[in-house]
Design a protein around this ligand. Sequence first.
Ligand code: THU
Length: 142
Amino acid sequence: MSAMSTDIDPTLLEKAKKVIENAYAPYSNFRVAALVATSDGHHYWGVNVENASYGLTICAERIAIGAALTDGKKNISQVYVFVESNQPVPPCGACRQVITEFNPDAEIIACSLRTGICKRWRAKELLPEAFTLDYIPKSENA
Ligand code: THU
């Protein structure tokens, strides 16, 4: 399934350029900002947060999803991923799983802040045959 090129609101790109300054990425120097948009029009931002114990790094997408959930919003309709390199970056496997938890139909829009190039997918295209709640038996006897 190939990504579709897409256009986004230029004001989002401008806002992302400010938010990405808050990324904490002293180890990789690869800064990421993410934006979760909900179906009722709310916006939640996140940045990547790295750690001296490298494996504890949290991606920008999961920080943004946590911010939405903290505000009581689970109706995620879009997840934007912004990077400063030339190529748009699709979410890592862990983030695909977490996005899918809330909406397999969510749009994922990845943008390069340097080139303005954006690509778009559905979560279910990036994580087919996902493990979801449906696979967990509802009772011991199921
Ligand atoms: N990263 C994200 O925040 N989101 C992505 O979609 C790709 C990777 C972060 C994790 C780490 O801080 C850095 O980028 C390099 O992997």
